[in-house]
Write a protein that binds this ligand. Structure first.
Ligand SMILES: Cc1ncc(COP(=O)(O)O)c(C=O)c1O
Length: 480
């Protein structure tokens, strides 16, 4: 767990209160909406009529009653067009939705494009159980972190592994910026032209308090096709991060089928679904709540920025969500991440104020950041080299000879081999003067590999070889 989060949980029971605890702790490092509890509490208390069906087994992606209400709500509010409840899957939080959707779209070892500055949680969501590697698309603070096709091309061209998906967040975390429809359109068009999936995280869609109108990707693409997937949750716009209810909206039948199969391990309780369903059904209340939430967010933003302006602290203006980037460099004793950490530590220890450090939001690399990235790469390489060492003979054989039985060259240039019973994905190799070098490999324990043919390695021994066949091995495994 990151240090700033650990410190937050240590101190949160000693929270600041103007009268009872004026020296208390102020945690500004977690994206939670604390402005609306007085609106939620009385209305939620009225939603406790449980129907009998709510406490029994039901569809693990959400009961049809709940998804129908949710489809109505999403269509009416930020999606801006009709939503078919069959195209929705509800899981316990946006984090679970992301983890699962990436599980089915990618294979272990694949890369995922993520524009920076980025929400730091994506690293845990994608790299832990899914075994993916985020390939940052470095955007620059000079132009407000604008994402362009040129930057996307550069990140894709520089990728050392297959890339199948782009994860794009609008409104952005941690910038609180709302992208214009033309910008979103440009990104969608780029991905479409490359056959790359876009997972569009729209979790802050209804927390926009500025002038720029939010436009959902689903509105820009009334026919979403197989490559566009939208993620939303109750965690932010409804201030209900502890209830754990996130939504996937996709028209890709195979993704829906795979998520449906896996949802048993990430389902939302029937009790929570019942509560949310009753809440959404009260359209008047929902509309009043959403309008008041925006008004309060705008007021809070204005108050904070007025203080920053008065003290000449620079920041990137925001129009949505509960955070924005503040430039604390003038307050640091050196222009390094170490100095930023020292400042952060002083704020928490002396003032009991916890801000999310910039180092936690992967963004354009400084020398220090580059050093960290390098270290990780080296560690990976060492493990990779050890693993590759076991199978190098086979891989060289596979990569070097086109007619080895079972050698798969799909458009992702991916081969799986089994060495000592361990399936290993070789995701990149290159010919050099010494022969073929493997530069990327990862174990794929989760792949229920089906050995196809036998082939001979360089030492003349027969080995079992698995062809990944389809570009969506995991999805194929799940869907069957
Ligand atoms: C952009 C973004 N996506 C996903 C999440 C995770 O949301 P949840 O709590 O619903 O899992 C967060 C939480 O901060 C977020 O900011």
């Amino acid at each position: 767990m990151a240090e700033y989060i650990r410190r937050h949980f240590e101190h949160q029971d000693d929270g600041w209160d103007p009268t009872t605890n004026p020296d208390g702790y102020i945690g500004l490092c977690v994206a939670e909406n604390k402005l609306v509890w007085d609106l939620l509490e009385p209305r939620m208390a009225e939603c406790r009529d449980l129907e009998h069906y709510s406490i029994g087994y039901n569809s693990m992606v959400g009961s049809m009653q709940f998804r129908a209400e949710l489809a109505e709500f999403l269509g009416r509010t930020f999606i801006g067009r009709k939503v078919d409840p069959e195209n929705l899957a509800v899981l316990n939080g946006a984090g679970s939705v992301l983890e699962m959707v990436f599980y089915v779209l990618c294979n272990p070892g694949d890369g995922v494009l993520v524009p920076t500055a980025s929400y730091t949680g994506f690293w845990a969501d994608l790299e832990t159980r899914d075994e993916l590697q985020i390939i940052p698309v470095h955007c620059s603070s000079e132009d407000g972190f604008k994402l362009t096709p040129e930057l996307l091309d550069a990140a894709l061209d520089g990728a050392d592994r297959p890339v199948n998906v782009l994860l794009y967040t609008n409104p952005s975390n941690p910038l609180g910026v709302v992208y214009q429809p033309e910008e979103v359109e440009e990104v969608l068009a780029w991905a479409h032209s490359k056959g790359i999936h876009v997972v569009l995280d729209e979790i802050y869609a209804l927390s926009v308090f500025g002038e720029t109108q939010f436009t959902s990707g689903a509105k820009l693409r009334p026919d979403m096709g197989d490559l566009l997937h939208i993620v939303w949750a109750f965690s932010k716009d409804f201030g209900m991060s502890g209830l754990r209810a996130g939504v996937l909206f996709t028209e890709n039948e195979r993704v829906l089928q795979a998520v449906d199969t896996l949802a048993y391990w990430a389902a939302v309780s029937g009790d929570t679904q019942s509560l949310l369903m009753q809440l959404l059904a009260d359209e008047d209340w929902v509309d009043r709540y959403l309008a008041e939430n925006k008004r309060r967010l705008a007021t809070a933003y204005r108050r904070v920025t007025e203080v920053l302006d008065a003290h000449g602290v620079r920041y990137i203006p925001a129009e949505a969500a509960f955070f924005f980037l503040v430039d604390v460099r003038p307050l640091m004793d050196d222009n390094t991440w170490d100095a930023e950490h020292r400042l952060w530590d002083r704020l928490v220890t002396d003032l009991r104020l916890n801000l999310t450090p910039g180092a936690a939001c992967p963004q354009r690399r400084t020398r220090f950041h580059e050093a960290r990235v390098q270290l990780r790469a080296n560690r990976r390489c060492r493990r990779g080299r050890q693993a590759v060492g076991q199978v190098c003979g086979i891989a060289t054989d596979l990569a070097g000879s086109r007619d080895v039985p079972g050698y798969a060259t799909d458009r992702r240039r991916q081969v799986v081999v089994v060495a000592n019973q361990n399936p290993l994905i070789l995701s990149g190799w290159r010919r050099s003067t010494e022969g073929w070098n493997i530069f990327s490999a990862s174990p794929c324990w989760s792949l229920r590999a089906r050995p196809t043919k036998r082939c001979r390695n360089l030492h003349g021994q027969y080995q079992r070889v698995i062809s990944t066949g389809s570009p969506h091995t995991r999805m194929s495994t799940v869907v069957g």
